[in-house]
Design a protein around this ligand. Structure first.
Ligand code: ATP
Ligand code: MG
Length: 400
């Protein structure tokens, strides 16, 4: 037996039970979300011998062609949004004799001093209640192993689930990432900078069921390619949650040069940002995305004051979602560490927003002053210049 992240694996397991939480709260359109979840699970498990996925009493039963490659399956399922938790299971008939045999078999060769049985009688036609099952199987295991029952901190938890057609035995549950299945909530364009915040914002929106198209603005050849390389690495990491990604790399340096020629320093950052939203809106229309996402957090930096957010947003043609708006920097950093993007995000780079801007940009831009400054620019032509010269990179997970 192997033990990993609180879950024990038996060698002859050919199935897994996946449980969802928020999807179960949906009424009329639960089937829609479940279909997305099934499709995403089968994509995530590509190449691992998955035979079929069946609906089983508000759970999904995954059957494999051979013994489940436990470590890899666990790692992949841990990244599928919509999954609350899952277990690798052994299937048995749903009668007590068969269950007792399977539980004892599952425990063969184990050494443990304490245990508990955690039964769930989903099929209420089963003659014993969950408590009865716990007591009966508990007494059986106690007789055979000599271990004591410990309901609060057992060394081993044996789970038993009684569904209408079968029962399932497993040793522990592994957590899924929660949320809703990617694709179920529609598409967004995510502005990804290479910094700490935007990858976390992207993760949060995928967790709400959105599929993201990524856009990164860079200033090469005026600056080096470091921010692009970081954006690519970050999108590659985030692709594990949505399986396919496209990253639009937009050359922004010439556009910045035009802005610099026409606009005084304090307003440049706000005007860069407005131009980014215009270009992202064009890409969103092409990709049939319904909103934009940024990693902005209220008052974190000068461009994210309430007046500046309002003025910047005015240039977007779609709603701008800001999943981090109420988080402080430490909370965002903690989440970046959890999802594994932090180390890449803090590598030094040359970000396009550093180009030709003052140390203290305006914190209270007004739409009137910004429009006056923009009057000297051909906004449509500049936006088209960016949108027409993009490079697109594609990413897949798991790799073919
Ligand atoms: P981050 O850590 O995500 O870079 P930040 O705290 O550095 O955020 P800003 O530089 O003000 O904040 O950027 C705010 C948001 O604008 C970013 O989270 C991102 O969504 C977007 N953004 C900024 N620069 C770029 C860029 N070069 N390409 C794409 N999006 C960008
Ligand atoms: Mg940044």
């Amino acid at each position: 037996m192997q033990k990993l992240a609180g879950i024990c694996y038996l060698s002859e397991m050919r199935s897994a039970l996946v449980r969802y939480h928020e999807i179960a709260l949906k009424r009329g359109n639960r089937a829609y979300f479940v279909e997305h979840l099934k499709k995403n699970i089968s994509t995530a498990l590509r190449g691992l011998g998955l035979k079929e996925i069946r609906n089983a009493s508000s759970r999904l039963l995954l059957n494999f062609n051979h013994d489940v490659p436990a470590v890899e399956v666990t790692a992949r399922l841990a990244g599928v949004f919509g999954i609350a938790n899952f277990s690798l299971v052994e299937r048995t008939d749903n009668d007590m004799a068969a269950l007792g045999d399977h539980v004892l078999q599952a425990l063969q060769g184990q050494s443990f001093d304490s245990f508990r049985i955690e039964a769930r009688r989903v099929d209420k036609r089963f003659p014993l209640t969950s408590n009865d099952i716990n007591r009966e199987l508990g007494a059986l295991v106690q007789r055979h192993s000599g271990a004591r029952v410990d309901l609060t901190r057992p060394e081993l938890t044996v789970s038993v689930e009684i569904l209408p057609s079968s029962a399932f035995v497993s040793l522990g549950r592994a957590p899924g990432p929660g949320g809703l299945p990617v694709g179920a909530s529609g598409r967004l364009v995510s502005l990804i900078s290479g910094g700490i915040d935007s990858p976390v914002a992207s993760y949060r929106m995928m967790k709400r069921g959105c599929r993201l198209i990524y856009v990164h603005f860079h200033s090469s050849p005026f600056l080096d390619r470091s921010s692009q390389e970081k954006a690519k690495t970050l999108v590659d990491m985030l692709t594990r949650y949505q399986f396919h990604s496209r990253l639009y790399l937009v050359p922004f340096g010439e556009i910045q040069r035009s802005i610099v020629a026409a606009v005084l320093r304090p307003l440049r950052v706000v005007i860069y940002r407005r131009m980014m939203l215009r270009i992202a809106s064009i890409i969103a229309a092409k990709e049939r995305a319904r909103a934009l996402v940024t990693g902005e957090s209220l008052a974190q930096v000068a461009s994210q004051t309430l007046p500046n957010i309002a003025v910047i947003e005015e240039a977007a043609r779609l709603p701008v979602l800001r999943p981090l708006v109420g988080m402080d920097k430490q909370e965002i950093i903690d989440e970046a560490i959890d999802i594994g993007t932090f180390e890449t995000s803090v590598l030094p780079d040359q970000d396009c927003c550093q180009l030709f801007v003052p140390r203290h940009p305006a914190v209270k831009a007004t739409l009137r002053r910004v429009r006056e400054a923009e009057a000297a620019l051909d906004l449509d032509e500049l936006a088209a210049l960016g949108a027409d010269h993009v490079e697109v990179e594609r990413f897949s997970f798991p790799e073919a």
